[in-house]
Design a protein around this ligand. Structure first.
Ligand SMILES: Nc1ncnc2c1ncn2[C@@H]1O[C@H](COP(=O)(O)OP(=O)(O)OP(=O)(O)O)[C@@H](O)[C@H]1O
Ligand SMILES: [Mg+2]
Length: 258
């Protein structure tokens, strides 16, 4: 699911066509009237109805909500991994709903860094090779890709773990490598789906510290799905997904009113 897509020149060219682009100075994410219905054996399952979302550049937004509310599905739609049933979804100034599979792959490669609850690192490769993978998928020469990956590993505090395979790393270290891999292509957006959900409280706090630092240092716009309200409260805004819509969570209101 998190396999790095190859960039396609033609797809990248078509993404510059005006009808796929949002106004240059608008919010980085602008979702209007989003609907998502899955067709299941038991009939249609509607997750979102008329959902709106605006995120401006530089925000670190937490999305919380009950299991099954549709948080992962929303991230998948923003990241062009799933298609909306209706509505418009501009993400990183691109109308993601209209992208062909090739365009979606190029879009993800260029604009989106994705981190999941589980690291999905490739077990037979070293930490450095895992981080270099998206660059190799873009056709960057191996020596260069490994050098860039080494810099990222230094940035996430794992300079001395370069040669370790994922099975030789702790859970927190694995997530640090996954973060380095997500950002190695310098995307504008970081989408993180319960990135600390599999970690103990202390390690979760450390990984969140790192996300905050990377977010600030690289001028990212980030959306973080979490069940951890303490971590959510550290974000610039907390939105609760409930009954198919997003609303400001009381945690977010409290923080924003201080
Ligand atoms: N491809 C699919 N086809 C049909 N139903 C789906 C599909 N993907 C997800 N769902 C359903 O959509 C609902 C929302 O799923 P989603 O994974 O987005 O929830 P979530 O809020 O991320 O939950 P959690 O907090 O447990 O991760 C669930 O009830 C799930 O069963
Ligand atoms: Mg989920």
């Amino acid at each position: 699911m998190s396999s790095p897509p190859a960039a396609a020149d033609q797809a990248t060219r078509s993404l510059r066509e005006p009808e796929l682009r949002a106004p240059a100075d608008g919010p980085l994410i602008q979702v209007t009237g989003l609907e998502k219905t899955y067709q299941t054996a038991r009939g249609p399952l509607t997750l979102f109805k008329d959902l709106d979302l605006q995120v401006v550049s530089g925000e670190l937004v937490a999305i919380v909500g009950q299991s099954g509310a549709g948080k992962s599905t929303l991230l998948h739609i923003l990241g062009a991994l799933d298609a909306p049933s209706a509505g418009t979804v501009y993400c990183a100034s691109t109308n993601v709903a209209t992208l062909s599979p090739r365009q979606a792959a190029a879009f993800r490669n260029r604009e989106i860094g994705y981190v999941w609850q589980f690291h999905y690192l490739l077990p037979e490769f070293s930490a450095q090779e895992n981080v270099a993978m998206p660059l190799l998928a873009r056709g960057q020469p191996k020596r260069e890709a490994l050098a860039v990956a080494a810099n990222w590993l230094r940035e996430v505090g794992l300079d001395d773990r370069r040669d370790h395979r994922p099975g030789e790393l702790s859970g927190g270290e694995q997530q640090r490598v996954a973060l380095a891999r997500a950002l190695v292509n310098n995307p504008r957006l970081l989408l993180a789906d319960e990135p600390t959900g599999d970690l103990d409280e202390h390690t979760a706090g450390q990984v969140f510290d790192l996300i905050e630092r990377l977010h600030a240092n690289h001028g990212l716009t980030s959306i973080l799905v979490t069940h951890n309200m303490d971590l959510a409260a550290r974000c610039t805004r907390v939105l609760r997904l409930e009954c198919g819509r997003l609303a400001m969570s009381p945690t977010g209101l409290k923080r924003n009113s201080t």
